[in-house]
Design a protein around this ligand. Structure first.
Ligand code: ZN
Length: 144
């Protein structure tokens, strides 16, 4: 019998950003209370565990800490880069526009590399919520 299951743990952080290309509200400096559901798929060990939830937290927390209470800055946003360079404010510069879609792909690739050594894990899915009513979702598996 070949059974798989999924378990998930949610992570939260606060982050500012803006979308320079946007022609409406999103071009302004603003922030979100991000929520990310990290879902892993695979098979259980003899103790009935795919992975300890505490282990999931240990693996994901450094990524969340890197972004929590930062301003996420598109490397092409010279206006913000020039401003931030003269401040002590926490910021992270990334090589993409900071849409939820790009962010979920970025986090997916970062976390895939972290979860990949755990052979029992066959798939990873992230659901990134920017607001209460919107999310972006992406997934990877060993097959793909
Ligand atoms: Zn936004």
């Amino acid at each position: 019998m070949n059974r798989t299951l999924k378990i998930a743990r949610e992570f939260h952080w606060e982050m500012g950003h803006r979308l320079p290309f946007h022609t409406s509200g999103c071009a302004n400096i603003h922030g979100h209370s991000y929520r990310m559901m990290v879902e892993i798929e695979g098979s259980c060990d003899d103790n009935g565990m795919l992975m300890d939830y505490g282990e999931m937290k240990r693996l994901v927390a450094p990524l969340v800490d890197r972004f929590d209470h930062c301003f996420l800055c598109d490397e092409n946003d010279d206006l913000m880069k020039d401003f931030l360079a003269g401040t002590p404010f926490k910021h992270v510069i990334v090589p993409f526009t900071t849409t939820a879609e790009n962010l979920v792909f970025y986090f997916l690739d970062e976390l895939w590399n972290i979860f990949l050594p755990y052979q029992q894990i066959t798939g990873l899915r992230l659901r990134l919520q920017e607001t209460e009513i919107s999310y972006a979702e992406a997934e990877r598996s060993r097959e793909g």
